[in-house]
Design a protein around this ligand. Structure first.
Ligand code: SAH
Ligand code: SF4
Ligand code: F3S
Length: 473
């Protein structure tokens, strides 16, 4: 049993990060573990977690498990969890409650918890005390060890917990089973060293480790051969890509090299305003296959709160960067993340946030009420704002944000824009759906033959979160 330790997770080791190309290994016995058995994975959280889910699926299929359509049909259930806010915790624990009932009816069922919550010391303490029926727990740093951890748990029939607190190296040979045939997530880096005071990610994902550009470019070449149209470069703070490499090679170099592969669409998330360089803006402008879409989290518009959050920029610096991007890329869409109710946030601070929203008129924004996370500096900050007040601020902010989303969408009426058609719409099964270059969701009337292609769509009507159009060819 190896359990997580918050103090160790907080540390940043100085040593170089090694790239390991052969550490994912499966023995012939492990290859047979899942014969005749089905698995189900429920993933919560960000795109990075979704992509980890794609790795875990491929590993389980390597062990001969087959995917089940619903959790009640599975012999192995894994919850790939998120720690970012309390409600993410609540969702996972709620699901565990339902699975416990299932396990009572199906004693052979294997249940595991992985992802960011597994990296939290307090969560694992809770599991040891109250969730003794859980079979396995593994973290974000040792996904490549899943065959060993699962084999151990199945053989000995005891609770197997293996969570490393220190991140370790970059393992390159983990298989992947992608959810889409047309667009792919690609990790360009792991971890985060920014330590924003409210955020748990630097503890659950470890120190920043960039992948070797050679491996990233090879992965993209393979995806192009397989017919993929779009790649999204993933990192908690992609603009800091390369800063930890021994060579002088940054995000602008990577973006340029990825653009030169000729892949049709390139996206990247998330950009921290701190590391966004002029050179990056130039590269985005130069290459038409780098999509004009930038997610640029603001978090707060108040300089006092930004400082308490440890964000390293002021309201004025954010606005300067925003206008610079808009000037260079007038057609681009810019979205953001905002937290309300950070400890000590006054009405004046909140009005500063609204002021930035009014100035930037974001294409859309993810808005959150501050949630205190054990182990982060903000956990201990005095929080005098009432829940009612926080809810009121969130509602007011959302109203403004939605108004601008609708306004941004209205600019598209009557225009023809490129959309990568991904499949049928979930809401209306006879309608196709896809995203514009600027990341707007479009419901499209058209023939199934367009699925997997980038086609011109004439926009006829818009709503707050989506648009309606028809194929223009
Ligand atoms: N790496 C990304 C964000 C990852 S988390 C970045 O720096 O932009 C996604 C969003 O969740 C954050 O941008 C922030 O707005 C929100 N978030 C993170 N921690 C939070 C917390 N403790 N309470 C509320 N929202 C939080
Ligand atoms: Fe969290 Fe800040 Fe890192 Fe984003 S940059 S993951 S908000 S610590
Ligand atoms: Fe959640 Fe971990 Fe992503 S905390 S947002 S799953 S990095």
């Amino acid at each position: 049993m190896i359990i997580p330790n918050l103090e160790k997770a907080r540390k940043r080791s100085k040593g170089p990060v090694l790239i390991r190309e052969h550490d994912y290994k499966v023995s012939p016995e492990e290859k047979r573990l899942g014969i005749g058995k089905k698995y189900f994975i429920k993933t919560y959280g960000c795109q990075m977690n979704e992509h980890d889910g794609e790795n875990i699926k491929a590993i389980l299929e390597d062990l001969s498990f087959e995917e089940a359509d619903q959790y009640i049909d599975a012999d192995l259930i894994l919850l790939n969890t998120c720690s970012i806010r309390e409600n993410a915790h609540n969702k996972a624990f709620g699901m565990l409650g339902r699975i416990k009932h299932l396990k009572q009816q199906k004693p052979g069922l294997i249940v595991g918890l992985c992802g960011c919550m597994a990296q939290e010391e307090t969560v694992v303490e809770n599991i040891l005390e109250k969730y003794k029926w859980l079979d396995l727990v593994f973290g974000t740093h040792n996904i490549y060890r899943l065959p060993k951890i699962l084999a151990e748990s199945m053989k000995n029939n005891h609770q197997e917990i293996e969570v490393m607190s220190i991140e370790g190296d970059v393992v390159e040979n983990i298989p992947v089973k992608r959810d889409s045939k047309y667009k792919a997530w690609i990790n360009i880096m792991y971890g985060c060293d920014k330590f924003c005071t409210y955020c748990i990610v630097p503890y659950t994902r470890g120190k920043q480790r960039s992948r070797d550009p050679k491996h990233i470019l090879n992965e993209i070449q393979d995806l192009i051969k397989d017919g993929y149209q779009e790649v999204t470069l993933l990192g908690q703070n992609v603009n800091a890509y390369g800063k930890d490499l021994s060579i002088s090679y940054g995000m602008e170099n990577l973006l340029e090299d990825v653009a030169k592969t000729g892949v049709k669409r390139i996206r990247f998330v998330t950009s921290h305003p701190w590391d966004f360089t002029d050179r990056m803006i130039d590269v985005i402008k130069t290459y038409p296959n780098i999509m004009p879409y930038i997610h640029l989290p603001l978090q707060s518009g108040s300089n006092r709160i930004l400082k308490l959050m440890g964000r390293r920029y002021t309201k004025e610096e954010y606005l300067t960067l925003f206008y610079k991007i808009k000037k260079a890329l007038p057609y681009s869409s810019i979205t953001t993340d905002i937290i309300v109710g950070f400890p000590g946030e006054t009405e004046e601070d909140f009005l500063e946030t609204l002021d930035v929203v009014k100035k930037c008129k974001f294409d859309s924004a993810f808005t959150f009420i501050f949630s205190k996370r054990v182990g982060t500096p903000a956990y201990k900050m005095k929080d005098l704002v009432s829940v009612e007040e926080k809810n009121k601020r969130l509602q007011e902010l959302n109203q403004l944000v939605n108004q601008y989303s609708k306004l941004a969408n209205e600019q598209y009426i009557g225009k023809t824009v490129p959309v990568l058609i991904e499949g049928y719409s979930e809401k209306n099964g006879t309608c196709l759906m896809g995203y514009t270059d600027t990341m707007k969701l479009v419901n499209v009337v058209g023939d199934a033959k367009y699925i997997g292609h980038i086609v011109n769509v004439a926009i006829e009507d818009v709503k707050t979160w989506s648009m309606d159009g028809k194929i223009a060819e």
